[in-house]
Design a protein around this ligand. Structure first.
Ligand code: ADP
Ligand code: MG
Length: 321
């Protein structure tokens, strides 16, 4: 057990993640001093994970460290920003050595992948709560916004939404007997924020949001912010093979309403589609067209035989699972 708060910070947080030359002062002083390149503006996001709310009680510590950073990386990805600096506010019931080293290992591994430096934070005692603030530069005027979509734009999603929600249900014992359960659990425990895709989309996408609350709900937020509606073609939803094993209807419901995906949902004007496909081949970059933006507000989901009733919240659906 580390002897003091000072020792704990020194041991676990002083050299966590990437080392960056633009960090003038990092962990150890009253505030961090960071150098933002000229011509860039700073994208900043914060997200809190509370035990029992955002992850199950007793969840493995490396997953909590990974997810606390991943959810913020996903927010910066959705803005088209390059992540650089993180602050970590950690509230712990007790300073357990093993938990702390697993937690920081999960956080640091993902931080290094994306060249993120941990530059400060706060450590307090209380119910397990993890808050990460992430900042990173984006060229002035080039950030992707929720409000940029127009009627007629094509609607896309990255990855295979729905997997993480099924993974969480498996993790909590609400679903059983599925093949590739390990893959699905991993999608919940160790999501892959689409950081490179977000930055690459800057010249092509008109609007972008990250999918954390469910594809349909988040696509609707994008549509509302842009003053339009949307139509999703359910037959185009990219469903992973393990998800399809649930049957088409349930798989689609998970893909549309399950949370915790941390994929990108974005729109592209028709005149940009050819360049998008040439420069960012969909197979290589892992995204799929799922619909279009339309004038009528709200969402419409189309199946093989016409319009489908809108699925309700993911949790209702799991209750029947
Ligand atoms: P203060 O009294 O200014 O709040 P602290 O004793 O809380 O300072 O923190 C000392 C230093 O350690 C500060 O630079 C702070 O940013 C850093 N720090 C504290 N907790 C964490 C943490 N969980 N992760 C990263 N840095 C931390
Ligand atoms: Mg403090």
């Amino acid at each position: 057990m580390p002897q003091s708060e000072f020792e704990l910070i020194d041991r676990y947080f002083r050299r966590c993640g990437a080392q960056r030359a633009d960090v003038r002062v990092g962990v150890g002083d009253d505030a961090a001093l960071l150098e933002c390149p000229p011509g860039m503006v700073l994208a900043a996001a914060v997200d809190t994970l509370v035990e029992g709310v955002h992850f199950p009680r007793g969840c493995r510590a490396d997953s909590i460290g990974h997810r606390a950073l991943a959810v913020n990386l996903s927010d910066l990805a959705a803005m088209g920003a390059r992540p650089a600096w993180a602050l970590l506010a950690l509230t712990l019931p007790a300073a357990e050595e093993r938990w702390l080293s697993e937690f920081t290992a999960g956080f640091a591994a993902l931080a290094r992948v994306h060249e993120v430096a941990l530059v400060g934070g706060d450590t307090t005692q209380g119910p397990l709560t993890v808050t990460v603030t992430l900042m990173g530069p984006v060229p002035a005027g080039a950030a992707l916004l929720r409000s940029g979509a127009s009627v007629g734009d094509a609607l896309f999603v990255s990855g295979t939404p729905g997997d993480a929600a099924v993974g969480l249900a498996l993790e909590q014992g609400r679903l059983e007997g599925l093949g590739q359960a390990e893959y699905l659990r991993e999608r919940f425990l160790f999501p892959t924020p689409r950081v490179a895709l977000g930055q690459q989309l800057r010249p092509y996408a008109s609007g972008c949001i990250d999918v954390s609350d469910g594809l349909l709900a988040d696509a609707l937020k994008l549509a509302r912010a842009s003053g339009c509606g949307l139509e999703i073609d359910a037959t185009r939803l990219p469903l992973s093979a393990p998800l399809r094993a649930l049957g088409t209807e349930r798989a689609r419901a998970f893909a549309l309403t399950g949370g915790d995906d941390y994929e990108l949902c974005f729109t592209v004007p028709p005149q940009q589609l050819a360049r998008l496909h040439a420069q960012l081949p969909p197979q290589q970059w892992g995204y799929t067209r799922i619909g279009s933006m339309r004038a009528e507000p709200g969402a419409r989901v189309m199946g093989e035989a016409g319009e489908l009733p809108l699925p309700t919240g993911g949790y209702d659906h799991f209750a029947q699972a």
